[in-house]
Design a protein around this ligand. Structure first.
Ligand code: AMP
Length: 187
């Protein structure tokens, strides 16, 4: 089963992805984590992206697509992909389609966790304290939200016509969202 968790920063994608990893024995593919890892390891990619990441800007598609390709073609992860934070642009969505086709895989579900800007700001303020992420200050959050609306919203419009697309109220409690997802997955 391959699933996209879609929604603005702070919508709860990571939390639900972690749940699904255990529940259906799959892998969380968070491009944010993959990118943060490059920075932590001080790789060439890490040095290229650090400013954009700290600024709440998108990392360029070429770098993100390169990281995601490795994951999709990893035989261990085949048909066990939970995408969290990818795709975020039409070009990434097209690239994902292409890579899934090439690796003889398909998407089974797209879940859109819909949350208001106000809820997100509150949640990310809390996450900042818990996780100490350098891109989690209020100004950056608003920038990331606006960037999401601007660039990721067209991806949402693109996917929303797909019969595997389901919108979920992301302001509900974690376990309420989880049980909604379970119902769709029939697990
Ligand atoms: P996240 O952990 O998903 O909130 O992502 C944190 C940051 O990583 C974002 O604000 C972007 O700078 C970068 N990032 C993560 N995923 C992507 C992506 N698919 N495309 C471009 N930039 C990304």
């Amino acid at each position: 089963m391959n699933i996209i968790l879609f929604g603005p920063p702070g919508a709860g994608k990571g939390t639900q992805a972690k749940y699904l990893v255990k529940k259906i024995n799959s892998f969380q593919i968070s491009t944010g984590d993959l990118l943060r890892d490059e920075i932590k390891k001080d790789t060439e990619i890490g040095r290229k992206i650090i400013n954009d990441m700290n600024d709440g800007k998108f990392v360029n598609d070429e770098i993100v697509n390169q990281l995601i390709e490795k994951v999709i073609f990893d035989p261990q992860k085949k048909n066990k992909l939970i995408f969290d934070g990818y795709p975020r642009s039409i070009s990434q969505a097209q690239n994902l389609d292409l890579l899934l086709n090439k690796s003889h895989q398909k998407l089974n579900f797209i879940f859109f966790l819909n949350v208001s800007k106000e809820t997100i700001v509150k949640r990310i303020e809390k996450r900042k304290i818990l996780e100490k992420r350098s891109d989690d200050d209020s100004k950056t959050i608003l920038k990331r939200y606006d960037k999401y609306m601007q660039t990721t919203k067209p991806v949402l419009d693109f996917y929303s016509k797909n019969p595997i697309f389901h919108e979920i109220d992301g302001s509900m409690k974690i376990d309420e969202i989880t049980s909604k997802i379970d119902t769709f997955l029939n697990v």
